[in-house]
Design a protein around this ligand. Structure first.
Ligand code: HEM
Length: 262
């Protein structure tokens, strides 16, 4: 919900993210070869989970597909690299280990994604023809503060080579998020795990931002049952002047229904 406790709505971020499947597969193949590991493990080091959902943590059982875990047994990033998409976007308890501020839940979002495909009829549904464009994700997330949540994740963490970098003097910078990290130019290096050590390799440019927008989403209760309230500016003859409790921070339309302020 938005920070004004009376408004009851949420701020919604929408982004159209084009995915280059060909480039993703090519970079995974190259990475696996360079690190001497399987392609499945290389992919998992990009995301932080295997394709079946299992988190990349040695302490979890083989069949654990859940969400109730943290990185406290992996403070060196030897199981799940620090740059992995789920570790960048949701550092879980890293705030305690690495003194990340703020300690609160800032940087959490409610996510929903919907894939798009302009050429669905012409192509294989499993994407095995490896499209370079015209497919991707319509990304949406809700929060109370876009600055402290979505922008913190995208700009403060994913685009930030230093985040999370407890050992960057020893191992080199963590690097950007290989999926959604944005950068201006040049190769983007991250630290990847081989069977016994680490190697610096680059993985980037698989997702392209095609556009997006920030919205205010009124609460469902309002959309289902708009409450007629008075117009206060200018006042129309015969209208009551009291504002009903619980609806601060809104504008009033001349129709007598209140409208959220954007
Ligand atoms: C095309 C772009 C993207 C792809 C392919 C992608 C892919 C994924 C995948 C495979 C997962 C793991 C499974 C899951 O938890 O759903 C994930 C998790 C997540 N992603 Fe993304 N994602 C994309 C964009 C974004 C963006 C733009 C954000 C926010 C800035 C984001 C934030 C997250 C978060 C917060 C999680 C959950 C992390 C956790 O709690 O462990 N993703 N994403």
């Amino acid at each position: 919900m938005v920070l004004d406790a009376n408004s009851l709505g949420s701020y919604l971020v929408f982004r159209k993210l084009e995915q280059n499947v060909w480039s993703f597969n090519r970079q995974v193949k190259r990475l696996a070869k360079d690190l001497g590991i399987s392609q499945e493990l290389a992919e998992a080091q990009v995301i932080g989970r295997f394709k079946n959902g299992k988190p990349l943590l040695s302490c979890e059982t083989d069949d654990y597909l859940g969400n109730d875990f943290d990185f406290k047994n992996d403070v060196n990033g030897r199981s799940c690299p620090f740059h992995a998409h789920i570790r960048k976007t949701n550092p879980r308890n890293e705030r305690d280990h690495f003194d990340i501020e703020p300690k609160t839940n800032i940087g959490r979002i409610v996510r929903r994604g919907m894939t798009y495909d302009y050429t669905e009829n012409k192509r294989k549904i499993d994407l095995s023809d490896q499209p370079k464009k015209d497919v991707g994700l319509l990304f949406m997330c809700c929060q109370s503060s876009i600055e402290q949540q979505f922008e913190q994740i995208q700009a403060g963490w994913c685009n930030n080579k230093l985040f999370i970098s407890p050992n960057h003097l020893k191992h080199g910078l963590t690097g950007i998020d290989p999926i959604i990290g944005q950068h201006i130019s040049g190769r983007q290096m991250q630290n990847w795990n081989t069977q016994s050590s680490r190697k610096r390799r680059s993985f980037s440019n698989v997702v392209k931002l095609m556009g997006g927008e920030y919205f205010y989403a009124p609460p469902k209760s309002f959309l289902e049952n708009p409450i007629p309230i008075p117009n206060t500016s200018p006042k129309l003859p015969g209208q009551p002047t009291d504002t009903p409790p619980g609806y601060g921070g809104v504008n009033y339309s001349t129709t007598g229904y209140y409208q959220p302020s954007y």
